[in-house]
Design a protein around this ligand. Structure first.
Ligand code: NDP
Length: 518
């Protein structure tokens, strides 16, 4: 903590009027107001420009729709898991009544103080770790305002400390090892409430009161609310790209987006998985009377099928790998481009953290008999998800290393990919687009690893005697749709940013996603 405390005044440097990326990107631009009364600390005029995309998710109506429908879909998946072993149900009034009112507190989706308190404590604990655990400081890429932001790279240490704390707390009886299973419904709803409130705070503080932040180093010309008319769209998509807090106290302020995307959510996902494994181990389930019960005589490994083990390890490795390669996150769309609003706040803390776990481990935990009679599915699933994981890592790190080499001042004449001199396009905008290696196969081949990995997970937790795995399949459907939509958004953003260089890139690498096919 001490090493990060500021001994100097908070940064007051003026945001330079550099506009590396301020194409009028897909935006339905409103009038561009001047703010004569708002000055930077050095007395110069604040420049603002509305270059944010409006309407990517259907404007106010579309985003309003998604705000309501996405949480409902996740509650539904959770509902079929706890009420019907993962088999589909008609989501009628009776379904929602049972899910909200009839199930016992914790398992029902009605919020509880335990759920609210546990999730709040979890966020604070992860925040504490981000602030105090030592780690080197890395710089992100250049922002729209011409600056680079610093980020502490202590994710891996925090990840392991979190595991140690959870296991010690469970061992000494401070928390039930199957706490997540016992409280998942309440946690899910608490996370919707808390992540929505965080998004609201960001909208108010960084959006409506954007003037407060003009001297923050991360302030950019397209921050803040421009028009009340877009309020739901802005709440959903965000009004600030990298909002940060604690400038007064920390030399590296806490980056709200990087923190909430990575720490409470990704680590939360794998801890939820492990808690579900504990529930399987202790034979937890609902009694005839609908009450939660775990085997009072203790745990039994024969209940834990290989599917649970394989998926827990696969998910764990995915997040371990993220933390191991933590700096690579700084060049991704999440950090580079997306604003921080409900989509990311809820998407990571209210959705990813819980749904990713419910769809696989929750589904297995709810199976009437252990899923351990599926050796063929398991083997096939394991192969698919291993191939996916390898592809995911190799493709993403190739771009990251290339961009980092350039940022570090390397000479591209001496840079080789797959034993050959690197091929790339140097854009007029200043960035370099890699066109060889994996990035020469298709423009978004780096998504293929993730997309096939989830198929492997679904195959591994299905079996001939276990019915159709609807929750895992729902994950595949969601993930593929989300990815394709994300890629379309990315393409249009890049096309506007790089203009004719992007057309040239599309000619050099004509495939969108699948080499030779699409
Ligand atoms: P990318 O890592 O592909 O980043 C896209 C950005 O990279 C573009 O906007 C552009 O930004 C830059 N870029 C595009 N083409 C090139 C090129 N040829 N050479 C160099 N830079 C290029 O996308 P994401 O950040 O969305 O995804 C990263 C990974 O994360 C993927 O593997 C994806 O599957 C995974 N992911 C996983 C999710 C999950 O829930 N499990 C959710 C979302 C993503 P610039 O402006 O810098 O040029």
């Amino acid at each position: 903590m001490v090493s990060k405390r500021a001994h100097t005044p908070p940064p007051v440097a003026k945001a330079p009027v550099v506009n590396r990326d301020s194409s009028d990107a897909g935006a339905k631009l409103g009038p561009q107001p001047r703010y004569e009364d708002v000055k930077y600390a050095d007395g110069s005029q604040v420049v603002r420009k509305q270059t944010r995309p409006i309407g990517e998710f259907g404007g106010n109506w579309g985003t309003g729709f998604w705000l309501l429908v996405i949480p409902a879909c996740i509650w539904y998946v959770y509902g079929i898991v706890v009420l019907n072993h993962g088999a589909l149900m008609v989501p009628d009034g009776g379904f929602w009544y049972r899910l909200y009112f009839e199930l016992p507190a914790g398992i029902a989706i009605r919020p509880t103080w335990i759920g609210m308190g546990a999730f709040s404590a979890w966020i604070l604990f992860q925040g504490f770790l981000e602030l105090v655990v030592p780690g080197h400081i890395d710089e992100g890429v250049v922002q729209k305002n011409g600056r680079k932001l610093k980020y502490p790279m202590n994710g891996l240490a925090s990840f392991f400390i979190t595991h140690a704390v959870c296991y010690i707390a469970a061992y000494f009886g401070y928390i039930e090892p199957y706490f997540v299973w016992r409280n998942m419904g309440a946690l899910l709803t608490s996370a919707v409430i808390i992540s929505s409130l965080i998004a609201l705070w960001v909208y108010v503080d960084f959006g409506i009161f954007w003037r407060r932040h003009v001297n923050d180093p991360e302030f950019e010309e397209d921050w803040g609310v421009f028009s009340w008319k877009d309020c739901i769209n802005d709440y959903f998509l965000g009004v600030a790209r990298n909002p940060r807090i604690f400038h007064r106290f920390l030399t590296v302020p806490l980056d709200v987006k990087r923190f909430t995307n990575a720490r409470p959510s990704l680590t939360g996902w794998v801890i939820c998985n492990q808690s579900y494994v504990a529930a399987i181990f202790y034979g937890c389930g609902l009694t005839e009377g609908g009450q939660p019960q775990c085997d009072p005589t203790g745990g039994d490994w024969s209940r834990v099928g290989w599917a649970a083990v394989v998926i827990t390890v696969a998910h764990w490795y995915y997040i371990f790998d993220y933390n191991w390669n933590e700096p690579a996150y700084l060049t991704t769309t999440d950090i580079r481009h997306d604003l921080y609003g409900w989509m990311l706040s809820y998407g990571c803390m209210g959705f990813l953290c819980w749904y990713y776990s419910i769809a696989f481990l929750g589904h297995i935990a709810a199976a009437p008999t252990p899923i351990n009679d599926n050796p063929i599915n398991l083997a096939v699933g394991l192969v698919i998800c291993s191939v996916g994981m390898v592809l995911f890592r190799l493709t993403n790190i190739q771009k990251h290393n290339f961009r980092k080499y350039i940022a570090d001042g390397g000479d591209l004449k001496e840079y080789f990919i797959w034993g050959k001199p690197v091929e790339y396009i140097k854009t007029e905008e200043g960035s370099y687009l890699l066109t060889s290696g994996w990035w020469g196969l298709a423009r978004h081949f780096n998504y293929i690893g993730d997309m096939i990995m989830c198929i492997g997970w679904a195959v591994a937790c299905s079996g001939p005697s276990h019915g159709f795995p609807w929750p895992p399949v729902s994950y595949i459907i969601y993930f593929w749709l989300m990815d394709v939509h994300r890629l379309i958004r990315d393409e249009s953003r890049c096309a506007i940013k790089y203009k004719k260089d992007w057309i040239r890139y599309q000619q050099v690498v004509p495939r969108f996603l699948l080499p030779g096919i699409w």
